[in-house]
Design a protein around this ligand. Structure first.
Ligand SMILES: Cc1cc2nc3c(=O)[nH]c(=O)nc-3n(C[C@H](O)[C@H](O)[C@H](O)COP(=O)(O)OP(=O)(O)OC[C@H]3O[C@@H](n4cnc5c(N)ncnc54)[C@H](O)[C@@H]3O)c2cc1C
Length: 487
C-alpha cells in the first residue's frame, strides 16, 4: 500500500479481529472500531447458545498464530463452544494481546464513511483519496479518522428483521415492544421469569428460531403451563428441520432432529403458513394476527419472540459506491451463491477478494455483513474472506486469488436434486411423511372472520412438492412435481 495511514476495521467480532490479525501478520497497521463496550458485543446477546461448529471451525489461523506466540492453547478441536466460550476463551484473549489492544477502540461507533473531501458523485482523484470515518464515542466525543482502506466487519445481528411478513414492522409491533424480543433471548437464564408459564409465540423458521424454541421446550418441562406456538411463512418442514444426520456439522443437524421430536411429542403447535400483519394488545396479553391461505387468523399470546433474521446497516455506507445484490443486500457477486431462494445449503463455493470487491476501491464488506440478509454465513467463510482481502490490500494477488474453503454440508440442499429419494425441495420420502403429523388443534381463535387453519402438509397435496420450494411461500407455475423446480 502506498500510504502510511492505517486500515480501518469496523467491528471487533470474530471476523473483524481476524482481519486485524491478518493485517498485522502482513506488517500493516489496523485500527479497529467497536461500537460495543467489549469485543464480540453482538455475540454477547446470544452467548448462552451453543454453537454448532466445533472449535476447529470457529477460530482464524492468523489469530491463532498470534495467540500461540503468547502461550494461548487451543481448546479441544472437536468441542462445541457456546457464544460465551468464544468470547471468553478466544476473542477476549486475542483483544487483550498488547499488539492488538493498542489498535482497538471500544465504545466507538462508525456512523459514516466517505473519501476525504470527495462525496459519492465526484470521480476526480477518488481512488487515491484517503477514506474518512466519522466515529461517535459513547462518552459524546466525535472524531474524523483517516484510513487508506476500510474493512467493514460490522455484522448484522444488532439489526434484527421485524415481525411483519413484508419486511416492515407489523402494525402495533412497536407499540407492543415490551412483550416482543428479537433474536434468541436467554430463556433458561436471565429471561426465565419472563417466559415461564406464559403463552409464547416464536416467529421464524431458521436456526435462531429453533434455538429459542428448544430452550422454551426445556422451560416447559419444568413449567408445564408454558404454551408454545411456532409461526412461520414456510410450510416446507423438511427444509426447516434441516439435514439431520446427513449434516456434516452434527450439532447443526441435531438442532433440527430435536425440534422435530418436540413437534411430534406435541410440545408446541406449528402455525404455518402464517404472515404476521398486526399485533394488538389485549387486557391479558396480545393478539398476533396473520394472513393464512384461509384468511386472517389470530393467536393469543403473552410474549412474542421474533427470530426472522437480520439485515445490514447500509446507512453508514451512503457516501460509498457499492454494488449490492438487489434482494439480499449482500455483496453483489455473492448473491447467486448464497440466495436462500435457490440454496438451502450452508455450502458456498470458495470466494475471496474478487467476489467481495465494490466499485469503491479498497473498501470491503466481510463477515456476516457480506451475506446481507442471507442466513447461512459461517465463520470459516469469513476468515478466508479476510485472508484474501488483506493479501490483495498488500498487493499479494497470487495469495488473494488462491481462495480455499471447505465448508460442511447441511445435508439438505435444494440444489442437490439428483440424490436418491430427493424430491425437488430436497425432501426425502421419510421426512415428508413425518412432517405431516403436525397438529394445530390447540390454537385459540378470536373474532368471527378469523379461522383456524391446518398445515397443508405434503401428504395432503396432490404431489410431493411443497408450496415453498420455488421461493418462500410463493407458488410458482413451474412448481409442480418436477424435480427441477428449485434448481
Ligand atoms: C445464535 C448464532 C449461532 C451461530 N453459530 C455459528 C456456528 O456454530 N458456526 C459458525 O460458523 N457461525 C455461526 N454463527 C454465524 C456467525 O458466525 C456469527 O454471527 C458471527 O458472530 C459473525 O461474525 P462477524 O464478525 O461477521 O460479526 P459479529 O460477530 O456480529 O460482529 C460485528 C461487530 O461489529 C460491531 N459493530 C456493529 N456496527 C458497528 C459500527 N457502526 N461501528 C463499530 N462497530 C460496529 C458489533 O458491535 C459487533 O461486535 C452463529 C450466529 C448466531 C446468531
Amino acid at each position: 500500500m502506498s500510504s502510511n495511514l492505517p486500515v480501518a476495521v469496523i467491528g471487533a467480532g470474530p471476523v473483524g479481529l481476524a482481519a486485524a490479525a491478518h493485517l498485522m501478520e502482513r506488517e500493516e497497521t489496523p485500527l479497529i472500531f467497536e461500537a460495543g463496550p467489549e469485543v464480540g458485543a453482538n455475540i454477547r446477546s446470544w452467548q448462552h447458545v451453543r454453537m454448532f461448529s466445533p472449535w476447529e471451525f470457529t477460530v482464524d489461523q492468523a489469530s491463532v498464530r498470534l495467540l500461540e506466540k503468547h502461550g494461548w492453547e487451543m481448546p479441544p478441536k472437536q468441542d462445541l463452544p457456546t457464544g460465551y466460550d468464544l468470547i471468553e476463551n478466544y476473542l477476549i484473549p486475542l483483544a487483550e494481546l498488547p499488539e492488538v489492544k493498542k489498535h482497538l477502540r471500544l465504545n466507538a461507533k462508525v456512523v459514516a464513511i466517505s473519501r476525504r473531501d470527495i462525496d459519492k458523485m465526484l470521480d476526480a482523484k477518488r481512488e487515491n483519496a484517503p477514506f474518512i470515518l466519522h466515529v461517535a464515542y459513547t462518552d459524546g466525543r466525535e472524531e474524523l479518522v483517516e484510513a487508506r482502506a476500510v474493512i467493514d466487519a460490522s455484522g448484522t445481528w444488532h439489526q434484527p428483521n421485524p415481525a411483519g411478513s413484508g419486511g416492515l414492522f407489523a402494525m402495533g409491533e412497536q407499540r407492543n415492544a415490551e412483550h416482543i424480543a428479537y433474536g434468541i433471548p436467554d430463556i433458561l437464564g436471565a429471561a426465565r421469569s419472563r417466559y415461564l408459564n406464559q403463552r409464547v409465540m416464536v416467529l421464524g423458521s431458521g436456526h435462531s428460531a429453533i434455538n429459542a424454541l428448544l430452550e422454551l421446550v426445556e422451560l416447559q418441562a419444568d413449567y408445564p403451563d408454558t404454551q408454545l406456538f411456532w409461526a412461520m411463512r414456510s410450510t416446507n418442514l423438511t427444509q426447516v428441520f434441516g439435514g439431520g444426520e446427513d449434516d456434516a456439522l452434527p450439532a447443526r443437524g441435531k438442532l433440527g432432529l430435536r425440534i422435530k421430536a418436540a413437534v411430534e411429542n406435541g410440545a408446541l403447535s406449528i402455525v404455518a403458513p402464517f404472515r404476521v400483519r398486526e399485533i394488538q394488545a389485549l387486557p391479558d396479553g396480545m393478539e398476533v394476527i396473520g394472513e393464512t391461505p384461509d384468511g386472517l387468523m389470530s393467536v393469543q399470546v403473552d410474549e412474542l419472540i421474533v427470530s426472522t433474521g437480520a439485515r445490514p446497516d447500509l446507512n453508514m455506507l451512503r457516501e460509498l459506491r457499492l454494488e449490492l445484490d438487489p434482494s439480499l443486500e449482500s455483496t453483489r457477486a455473492l448473491g447467486p451463491m448464497i440466495d436462500p431462494n435457490i440454496h438451502s445449503c450452508g455450502t458456498v463455493r470458495p470466494h475471496g477478494e474478487a467476489e467481495l470487491r465494490h466499485p469503491e476501491k479498497d473498501f470491503y464488506i466481510v463477515g456476516m455483513k457480506s451475506y446481507g440478509r442471507a442466513p447461512t454465513f459461517l465463520l470459516a467463510t469469513g476468515y478466508e474472506q479476510v485472508r484474501s482481502v488483506v493479501a490483495a490490500l498488500v498487493g499479494d494477488w497470487e495469495s488473494a486469488r488462491d481462495v480455499q474453503l471447505n465448508l460442511p454440508e447441511t445435508g439438505v440442499c435444494s440444489t442437490d436434486s439428483g440424490g436418491e429419494g430427493a424430491a425437488c425441495c430436497g425432501t426425502s420420502n421419510t421426512a415428508t411423511s413425518q412432517a405431516s403429523v403436525v397438529s394445530l388443534a390447540s390454537i385459540p381463535v378470536r373474532g368471527e372472520r378469523l379461522q383456524l387453519v391446518s398445515i397443508p402438509t405434503a401428504a395432503s397435496r396432490d404431489c410431493g412438492c411443497d408450496d415453498t420450494c420455488c421461493g418462500d411461500g410463493v407458488r410458482s407455475a413451474s412448481c409442480g412435481c418436477e424435480t427441477s423446480c428449485c434448481s
